[in-house]
Design a protein around this ligand. Structure first.
Ligand code: B12
Ligand code: SF4
Length: 454
């Protein structure tokens, strides 16, 4: 991971281990004779000099850099430059969401990058390394964009990995899991599925991992939980899946197997509101097997806007899902987007009021950001809402589109207003006092507002 600023990490003093790199590392070790090391520049105390030291001591033939998020791309460029400066013969490969959709631009902008891996990285990286270790100069590896003389060669896409059970677990031994435990809490992330058939216009996930949802089996998932618990002392798992609850039968199987095989584990996942409404029994399964927090993307309080962003959910489903989750005793975290193209000032006010009325345990408000690869990005370019993009501002805390009828300044004010209005409600503060959560809440809230005000 490049050394990079990150508002979430700075506000909550927490980042999570780079699972994508962990998967690539374990796959390379399992399928070939490769020695792999992971350096995470996002870790709070990681310094650029540590990275230079790693380059010297490990002396890699290939350096893979995660170009996953848009705001970190300039840090990716800086890292690539540092690698080539250290040894110009090192092959520099980048992968992840941002570079997948900006592959040609990235190669044009940064001459130090040799290859972009698009989409899932495990198999493509292995194929690339096989070519190099056998001294073949074949640049025609599926899923890559690379240089051919002075031009750029975009090879065909690689098919998605059909059976996720076939992948080894991430190389946790290379990730130093304990350095990620926030305030000593033994939390680790996991990912149990990839792909999403929905069409939300602001989201690039489904465009990276494909429209077909692929889930690992319950058995495979629970074996990984056991590994995390037994080898690393993990007590709480955060499932980062975009669609953990997509296959409700699989959810039931995972929950039953956790109850049967795993003691003392807490966990968190996210779900779409329509799935929780269609299958209300999911809430009970989650709660009974140790899930304590459910994250739901509510996005907007206006049905017209939900339809416009093709979210495919109804306001009534959000209300039902929140009621249901609270009824079984789950904590609920909702996320909302402000400044969506087509919104009026009234829509934004009603989103903030809706968040307060729903009264979840936490609410996250972000500013609508059109990431490359999304239909919203195309729409923003076509309509001239994005001038020359400064990628470092794509943090979801900065308004970056010039939208008709909504000034950037006003949208930013609404973000601050949303946090104040939601988090200073007496009912909310009282709940935090009762739960003795006030210290963590105060630090995070103050720090988040400082970021927004900057
Ligand atoms: C966990 C997470 C985080 C963690 C980062 C943890 C980490 N160290 O990786 C934190 C909380 C810090 C974070 C922050 C942000 N995030 Co985030 N995050 C995620 C999340 C939920 C899971 C990532 C993950 O582990 N996936 C599972 C692994 C297996 O997949 P993967 O990481 O994509 O890796 C695969 C491929 O991408 C590729 N690959 C990735 N890296 C590399 C490197 C090489 C060399 C190669 C060859 C291949 C390769 O191969 C991997 C294996 O197949 C994703 C959503 C998602 N479902 O992926 C969003 C996501 C990556 N985040 C996103 C965004 C927007 C952000 C933020 C900008 C804003 C925000 N939401 O808060 C900040 C930016 C911080 C910064 N300065 O960079 C977007 C990225 C879109 C974009 N173009 O930027 C995503 C896709 C969510 C979304 N749907 O919009 N995030
Ligand atoms: S927001 Fe969730 S449901 Fe919508 S496309 Fe993205 S991953 Fe799929």
């Amino acid at each position: 991971m490049p050394h990079s600023s990150c508002d979430i990490r700075d506000s909550f003093n927490y980042t999570s281990p780079p699972l994508g790199l962990g998967y690539i590392a374990s796959y390379l070790r399992e399928t070939g004779d490769h020695q792999v090391k992971i350096h995470d520049g996002l870790l709070q105390h990681s310094r650029a000099s540590d990275f230079a030291e790693t380059l010297t001591s490990f002396s890699p033939d290939v350096v893979g850099i995660s170009g996953q998020t848009t705001p970190s791309i300039y840090d990716v460029y800086r890292t690539a430059k540092a690698v080539k400066k250290h040894d110009p013969a090192t092959l520099v490969v980048v992968g992840g969401a941002h570079v997948t959709f900006q592959d040609e631009q990235v190669l044009k902008d940064c001459p130090e990058i040799d290859v972009v891996v698009r989409g899932e990285g495990e198999v493509t990286m292995k194929m690339l390394l096989d070519e190099i270790s056998e001294n073949r100069c074949n640049v025609r590896v599926e899923g890559t964009t690379t240089r051919l003389g002075t031009s750029i060669l975009r090879n065909p896409d690689r098919p998605y990995i059909a059976n996720l059970n076939s992948l080894p677990f991430p190389a946790y031994d290379l990730l130093n899991l304990t350095s990620y435990f926030p305030r000593g809490k033994r939390i680790a992330p996991m990912i149990t599925s990839r792909g999403c058939p929905y069409q939300c216009t602001f989201c690039s996930s489904s465009r990276i991992t494909g429209k077909r949802w692929r889930g690992r089996s319950a058995e495979n998932v629970v074996r990984e939980i056991e590994l995390l618990q037994e080898r690393y002392g993990v007590r709480d798992v955060t499932f980062l899946d975009d669609l953990f609850t997509f296959d409700h039968q699989r959810v039931e199987e995972i929950c039953s197997l956790i109850i049967k095989d795993v003691d003392n584990i807490g966990w968190t996942c996210s779900s779409r509101a329509d799935i929780m409404t269609r299958h209300p029994e999911i809430a009970d399964w989650l709660k009974d097997s140790g899930c304590h927090t459910l994250y739901i993307g509510a996005e907007s309080g206006s049905q017209r806007i939900l339809d416009k962003i093709k979210k495919g959910i109804r306001i009534s489903q959000i209300i039902n899902a929140v009621k249901r989750a609270k009824a079984v005793g789950l904590e609920v975290v909702l996320s909302f987007i402000l400044g969506i193209p087509g919104e009026t000032q009234e829509d934004i006010r009603s989103t903030i009021d809706f968040a307060c009325r729903l009264d979840p345990d936490l609410a996250q408000f972000t500013i609508c950001t059109p990431y490359p690869g999304t239909p919203m990005y195309e729409e923003a370019i076509e309509n001239g809402w994005l001038s020359v993009p400064d990628w470092s501002l794509f943090t979801v805390l900065e308004p970056i589109m010039d939208l008709p009828g909504l000034s950037r300044k006003w949208i930013k004010q609404q973000l601050t207003r949303a946090y104040y209005k939601f988090y200073t409600r007496p009912s909310f503060i009282w709940r935090q006092i009762k739960m003795k959560n006030l210290d963590i809440f105060k630090v995070a809230f103050r720090s988040m507002l400082n970021k927004i005000r900057k």
